[in-house]
Design a protein around this ligand. Structure first.
Ligand code: FAD
Length: 382
């Protein structure tokens, strides 16, 4: 397993303090109010949390992925909604970080690193979720500009972002349609922010509709090259899926801790319920799951740092295991709490609702299994 160096240990200890002192006291309230927690955002910005995923030349602290993922896990264990605002800066900025030119990086990344601005990743459409080939948002060149029309759904932090990485198909003069990525800004005429969805969980993380009504972006807004869209999506999501895996692992950790403490204190039939084998097996399965999640995240983070060509298969597998485990562990935690687990008095109910998104977004677990199977078929292509 990766060993955190002294600096990383200091960062993680600071994250522990923020979780205990700042986020935990607000977590249940954030869930109930279901509003973007700007107060927490400000503290995270002041403490330099957003800077952790950016390189030093762009105002970042440039920590490695292992430390970043551990931080994500710790924060998600306290509030998944708060972890989303951080994970989303990483995902939304990935197109710029991975494919942007120097001018785009200098413009956007320092503002994101300082927490002055948020950025959203605009891929999904009403009729194109898993099937990104079905995207109908178009971009047409007009002079030195591109005119974008279409709409997006389920865009995390869409209504609180200044910047947007938007995917659209560029219609060529020959009728070709090339998936491409553009950097748009909130104040550009034609970018209309729609409603925030009412969700089962992740309350406090806003999930927004976007409309592009003759949105004009300059040529300089193209990220990478025209036609790089698929490459940008897949490479951005590799890291996004590890972020998701770490967040889901945080939920496993939280479920395990809360369920264990409760089981030891809850007495039925004259014994703490922790003495019953049926409860022990659920707790043991959570621990086994937690260890598995940690190993898979550690391995995938190492492959990411090594720029391994196998990363996609491992990132997908990590996302599947961690998210399925989060669903199981949080459901079992509710079971262990019995009727109290079904009420808002204890946070396991929130963990359960929050966990349900992880097998769905950033490529559903069915899609991940398809990716994994295709990679395996290639390996045995004799
Ligand atoms: C809270 C939240 C936040 C989100 N944030 C963002 C964001 O920031 N940016 C963004 O672009 N999107 C975002 N999304 C969208 C998310 O990534 C999609 O919801 C997800 O990719 C699934 O697409 P869909 O909802 O259209 O479902 P569909 O693609 O319609 O899938 C429905 C079901 O069919 C299954 N399915 C589909 N195709 C196949 C197949 N080929 N084989 C087997 N099963 C299949 C799926 O697994 C799923 O179970 C977010 C969604 C939510 C709910």
């Amino acid at each position: 397993m990766y060993q955190f160096n002294e600096e990383e240990q200091m960062i993680l200890s600071m994250v522990d303090d923020i979780c205990t002192d700042i986020i935990m006291p607000r977590a249940q309230e954030i869930d109930i109010q279901d509003e973007f927690p700007w107060d927490i955002h400000q503290v995270l910005a002041e403490q330099g949390i957003f800077s952790l995923c950016f390189a030093e030349e762009y105002g970042g602290a440039g920590v490695g992925l292992h430390c970043w993922l551990k931080m994500m896990e710790k924060i998600a264990a306290v509030s998944c909604a708060v972890s989303m605002m951080i994970a989303n800066v990483s995902l939304g900025s990935a197109p710029v970080v991975l494919f942007g030119n120097e001018e785009q990086k200098q413009k956007v990344l320092p503002e994101l690193a300082s927490g002055e601005a948020q950025i959203a990743f605009g891929l999904t459409e009403p009729n194109a979720g898993s099937d990104i080939g079905g995207i109908t948002t178009t971009a047409v060149k007009k002079g030195d500009k591109y005119v974008i029309n279409g709409n997006k759904v389920f865009i995390t932090s869409g209504s609180v972002s200044k910047y947007f990485s938007i995917f659209a198909k560029v219609i060529g003069e020959d009728g070709s349609r090339k998936l491409s990525c553009f950097l748009a800004e909130k104040d550009m005429p034609g970018l209309v922010i729609g409603r925030n969805e009412e969700k089962m969980g992740l309350h406090g993380s806003v999930t927004t509709q976007l409309f592009f009504e003759n949105l004009e972006v300059p040529e300089s807004a193209i990220i990478g090259q025209i036609g790089d869209g698929y490459k940008i999506v897949f490479q951005s999501l590799n890291k996004g899926r590890l972020n998701n895996g770490a967040q889901a692992t945080g939920l496993v950790q939280a479920a395990l801790k809360d369920a264990t403490i409760y089981a030891k204190g809850r007495v039925q039939f004259g014994n703490p319920i922790s003495e019953f084998q049926a409860i022990q097996f659920m707790i043991a399965d959570m621990e086994i799951g937690l260890q598995t999640c940690h190993l898979m995240l550690d391995n995938a983070a190492t492959l990411f740092e090594q720029k391994s060509p196998d990363l996609m298969k491992y990132a997908s597998a990590t996302k599947v295991v961690c998210s399925d485990m989060a669903n199981k562990a949080t459901a079992d935690a509710v079971q262990i709490f019995g009727g109290y687990g079904y009420c808002k008095e204890y946070p396991v109910e929130r963990y359960f609702r929050d966990s349900k998104i992880f097998p769905i977004f950033e490529g559903s677990n069915q899609i991940q299994r398809g990716i994994i199977a295709k990679a395996v078929y290639k390996e045995y292509n004799e």
